[in-house]
Design a protein around this ligand. Structure first.
Ligand SMILES: [Zn+2]
Length: 249
């Protein structure tokens, strides 16, 4: 049962069709892991906190720099030099003091007990972390909502290969190769702030649907590609790879 305070705080989303008080209770009970407190991690954490995800842990070892501020929207000029995970957790709590926030001043690695979470947001900017998160989320049957953004383009997906064996995993679609990947980091390729904001918001929108709604169309098994120059959002149906090293066994 929601208390008076919760009924008031979440009043505008509880009235959404298929959401109800039950949906809010589920959100409050959900344990979220957010990997990365940068361009994607900031909007993801702020909106997840505002929606009332009741337990949020954030991993990032980086310190806030001036060049982050065009997009990492929770970090302000006065915060330069502070740890990103700690600062983001503080900003989330200033929006919603009723939830539990735990920042980790280190990068996510395989020592993190992913089994203690219900939902994982991949807001990282490197391939190694994305493959590791995919492997762990598949193995422990967790919902993984990943995002990435570079220049004026972004993409996001919901991965549930551990929950439903007919669904593809990240590695089915993006198999590891020995070839040198094209430059996709923001430092070298550039990034427009609103792109990370949009993709991060879409990640939380999918999380709210997966957790709270009684009836909804899951977007697991699709890849969404957003082009900020042409204002296109492509929805691509993904298929499972027969010999995927992660999910086919
Ligand atoms: Zn796979």
């Amino acid at each position: 049962m929601l208390n008076e305070n919760d009924l008031h705080r979440y009043a505008r989303q509880i009235i959404i069709q298929n959401f109800d008080e039950e949906g809010q209770e589920k959100i409050l009970k959900t344990k979220c892991l957010i990997v990365g407190a940068g361009g994607l991690g900031c909007p993801v954490a702020l909106y997840a906190a505002a929606a009332g995800f009741g337990h949020i842990e954030i991993y990032d070892e980086d310190l806030i720099e001036t060049t982050n501020l065009n997009r990492q929207i929770a970090h302000q000029n006065k915060d330069i030099g502070l740890n990103k995970a700690e600062n983001l957790a503080e900003k989330c709590l200033s929006i919603n003091p009723d939830i539990y926030l735990k920042p980790h001043k280190k990068n996510f690695d395989k020592s993190t007990n992913i089994n203690s979470f219900d939902l994982v947001f991949d807001c990282s900017d490197n391939a190694g972390t994305k493959y590791l998160l995919n492997y762990l989320c598949h193995s422990f049957k967790k919902i993984l909502i990943s995002g990435s953004a570079v220049q004026m383009e972004g993409q996001f997906s919901v991965w549930k290969s551990g929950v439903n064996k007919n669904l593809p995993c990240y590695e089915c679609v993006f198999p590891k190769t020995k070839e040198t990947a094209p430059i996709t980091n923001c430092r070298e390729a550039g990034i427009i702030g609103p792109i990370t904001g949009l993709i991060g918001c879409m990640q939380v929108n999918e999380a709210i649907k997966e957790i709270a709604l009684k009836e909804y169309a899951s977007m697991a098994g699709y890849l969404f590609l957003y082009d900020g120059l042409l204002q296109n959002l492509d929805k691509i149906k993904l298929s499972k790879k027969d010999n995927c090293l992660v999910c086919s066994t």
